[in-house]
Design a protein. Structure first.
Length: 280
């Protein structure tokens, strides 16, 4: 069978399973310096059955309430992320950033817990996976936080950090027709006993942000060693919100895969472009 995936930058993507469209971690609130350029606007997104949010940080959750309101669809996330979305809509994070969010829209934002199974259709189910957020290595963290570009903008950047705490962190496994697609919004590799449940998955969407050149292959490799996916799709490697982000150097990851998992296919997606993937 064929599934279709459209990468929308960062950890955001649409998964199309025989016409059932699921949106993960939508983030359209990119600044003008972000690269690559995302041409799809959130107003362009239609015909979505459900949205899933991996955690509450702004680059994963800031746009979700818009869809809960305008498309009248469920958004599954943590309690913390729901609160942040409602606060953002009400101007409690940044006063000048508001939009109408009705009681109906608020009720469409549905808190979930670990290992819940949400039935999307008779054939499609999404399970929440217990996860955590990547821990930045000290050198990477210090080099960004104390860079002159960040320090110049720190006042304008702080509300996004304070207004969007991470809360509980999820991965998701989408089940359909005896297939499994596993996705995360942050690369956490220290729950091997949990990851083992999803081994031999068909596709793994691997978020590679926050990794130094030294650690990217190690952390991603541990997860891939356990999951043993047929296909790996790198995501969240783009420079999504400079100056607090950067384009991830993927060369060590590619080298690790070539040396340790030549049997696994790597598919590199481009922004905005739907890709059809045949699953055997």
């Amino acid at each position: 069978m064929i599934v279709k995936i459209t990468w929308l930058g960062t950890a955001g993507f649409i998964l199309d399973i025989e016409g059932t469209n699921i949106l993960f971690d939508p983030f359209f609130y990119r600044n003008e310096q972000s690269t690559p350029i995302l041409r799809t606007k959130r107003e362009d997104i239609k015909d979505i059955s459900a949205i899933f949010i991996t955690h509450g940080h702004f680059d994963h959750a800031i746009d979700a309430a818009f869809f809960a309101e305008t498309l009248d669809i469920p958004v599954y996330c943590s309690e913390t992320a729901k609160k942040s979305m409602i606060n953002w809509a009400g101007g409690l994070v940044i006063e000048e950033h508001t939009f109408p969010l009705s009681d109906r829209g608020k009720n469409n934002i549905k808190p979930i817990d670990y290992f819940e199974r949400i039935k999307i259709t008779e054939k499609v189910t999404v399970e929440s996976i217990k996860s955590e957020h990547i821990v930045f290595d000290a050198r990477t963290l210090l080099s960004k936080l104390f860079s002159w570009k960040v320090l110049k903008q720190i006042k304008s950047l702080l509300p996004y950090g304070k207004g969007f705490p991470k809360g509980k962190v999820f991965g998701f496994c989408t089940y359909f027709n005896n297939k499994k697609i596993v996705s995360f919004g942050s690369l956490w590799h220290k729950f091997p006993e949990i990851l083992e449940k999803y081994e031999n998955c068909d596709i793994f969407l691997a978020p590679l942000a926050g990794n130094s050149k030294k650690h990217i292959a190690k952390k991603a490799g541990i997860i891939i060693d356990i999951l043993k996916p047929k296909i790996v799709i790198p995501i969240h490697w783009d420079d999504f919100y400079p100056p607090i982000s950067w384009t991830v150097n993927l060369k060590p990851f590619f080298k690790y895969m070539e040396e340790n998992h030549p049997e696994i296919k790597i598919i590199m997606l481009e922004f905005d472009k739907e890709v059809s993937i045949e699953l055997s």
